[in-house]
Design a protein around this ligand. Structure first.
Ligand SMILES: NC(=O)c1ccc[n+]([C@@H]2O[C@H](COP(=O)([O-])OP(=O)(O)OC[C@H]3O[C@@H](n4cnc5c(N)ncnc54)[C@H](O)[C@@H]3O)[C@@H](O)[C@H]2O)c1
Length: 460
């Protein structure tokens, strides 16, 4: 069903005050609180605030809450040309947004509650405790007529089999009668959050029709694309995990294509470019690994339910394993290249450019570049890494690109990043030691220039 007929927000230049002046009447009365103020939760709450809702962002991390309330966020999101920093400051000033740690009070003050608290994976095992704690707090403070929309990525079955019983137990209210419950998968990519909340088709299912209708009404405040409804919460939960898992499989496959092309002495990126001209083919790019909160976790969200149902997921499992081993593979390639110029990995200085888990991001959670740095250090290399967008401090991180490159034996490009430049080969050669080596996992090397200034290289 198309729940909304409005056109997508296609404006290229975006004017916040214009949006402010055109706030629809129904948004103004909505009180929305969002549990979790991380990569998804903060821009999502601000998206509701921007459209006139009174919003509260709830998080257990007091430092994060204080930082956000003072107008600081490290996220690199933008809504068209307006940075998330500017949007945050504006919504704080207009008092349409605040961050809090007092979750109980926030639930009491709002009748629309959205959950973006995740299920972390540690050593392949899922940890429900964060989500459980959020849901128990919501249950304890729930009022009649409240709506809860789960937007976290979950193990299929979680909303109906885990969350619903907790909410009923804690609130002593009846789901679907006294309060409303729905699941809507979150499909944004970091860096495009504001735009994709608005323009990505949004999937939703409710535990009954009133829950579904309330959820569609709420989601339509922000989503201007189709809101696609399903009568199965488990189908929406599963589709989200499979959307992520298919990228894991795709990437594992293109890594094999890359090895095949290398042996055949052809360019894998040219092969991908050609294959992707087919309308029904979408090969992703090979790289230094698969990172972030979404893709590497996907198999681990499918696996517990598959086990319970006695279903094999061999292809997903193998893809995950292959991708998990990529950082080790890249380190082996660095060692091989150093050996080729008569150097050992041990005691060689390796300049690492890019620490984020993907290009143009500040997110270094489950980041292959961080794994690569740790493996290099474990194997005796001296690592000097540069990424101006990642705020996390590491012993091996330096503040300037030149500092990373100075006297380095090898330079490894792991993420494309604002503030990282890779075009002055003469200058880089002067900074680095003799017989410099480049390991390019991002297809950015200019081979003619690299050759001119005496570099040896390996490109993925
Ligand atoms: N990051 C993405 O690009 C993305 C995209 C789509 C879906 N998702 C899904 O969205 C969810 C959130 O992801 P994220 O990247 O924003 O994670 P995040 O780690 O950035 O944010 C989660 C926040 O929840 C907070 N939290 C933990 N327990 C809490 C509690 N009991 N009450 C309130 N807050 C609590 C944490 O302190 C943290 O700030 C996950 O399920 C993830 O899989 C993420």
């Amino acid at each position: 069903m198309r729940a909304k007929e409005e056109k997508m927000e296609t404006v290229k230049t975006f004017n916040i005050s214009e949006l402010n002046e055109n706030i629809p009447e129904k948004s103004l009365n909505k009180k929305v609180c969002v549990f979790g103020q991380g990569f998804v939760g903060l821009p999502l709450t601000l998206s509701f605030a921007l459209r006139g809702c009174n919003t509260i962002g709830v998080d257990v991390d007091k430092n994060l809450v204080d930082e956000i309330n003072s107008g600081i966020t490290h996220h690199t999101e933008k809504f068209y040309d307006v940075t998330i920093q500017k949007i945050l400051k504006m919504q704080l000033e207009e008092k349409r947004y605040k961050a809090v740690t007092d979750a109980a009070k926030a639930v009491k003050e709002c009748n629309n509650i959205i959950v973006t608290v995740g299920i972390p994976i540690k050593d392949g095992k899922h940890d429900m405790s964060y989500l459980e704690s959020a849901v128990r707090t919501i249950g304890k403070n729930l009022k009649k007529e409240d709506l809860i929309v789960i937007r976290s990525t979950v193990i299929p079955g979680t909303t109906e089999e885990f969350i619903l019983p907790i909410l009923e137990e804690e609130s002593k209210l009846k789901a679907g009668v006294d309060f409303y419950l729905a699941y809507s998968s979150e499909r944004i990519a970091e860096g495009n959050a504001f735009e994709e909340f608005a323009n990505m088709p949004t999937l939703v299912a409710g535990i009954n029709k009133p829950s579904l209708y309330r959820a569609v009404d709420l989601l339509s405040v922000v989503c201007k694309a189709d809101i696609i409804i399903s009568n199965s919460i488990k189908a929406v939960e599963t589709s989200k995990v499979v959307e992520n898992a298919q990228r894991d499989v795709n990437i594992a496959m293109v890594q094999e294509v890359a090895r095949f092309c290398e042996a055949l002495n052809i360019d894998v990126f040219e092969v991908i470019r050609l294959a992707n001209t087919h309308k029904r083919v979408n090969l992703l790019a090979p790289g230094p690994g698969v990172g972030g909160y979404c893709i590497p976790n996907a198999y681990h969200y499918l696996e517990p339910k598959a086990k319970e149902l006695n279903v094999d997921l061999d292809l997903f499992k193998l893809s995950r394993e292959k991708n998990r081993l990529l950082p080790e593979f890249i380190v082996n390639k660095i060692e091989e290249q150093l050996n080729n110029v008569g150097k050992n990995l041990e005691n060689s200085k390796v300049a690492v450019l890019g620490l984020a888990m993907k290009d143009f991001s500040n997110d270094d959670r489950i980041s292959p570049p961080i794994d690569i740095c740790n493996i290099l250090i474990r194997r005796g290399a001296l690592v000097s890494a540069f990424d101006p967008q990642v705020p996390t401090e590491y012993d091996f991180k330096v503040k300037m690109q030149d500092e990373a490159l100075k006297d380095a034996d090898a330079v490894v490009i792991l993420t494309k990043q604002k503030g990282i430049t890779f075009d002055d080969y003469e200058y880089m050669a002067k900074l680095m030691k003799n017989r410099p080596v480049i390991i390019d996992t991002k297809n950015i090397i200019n081979e003619t220039e690299a050759k001119k200034y005496g570099f040896k290289w390996w490109r993925i």
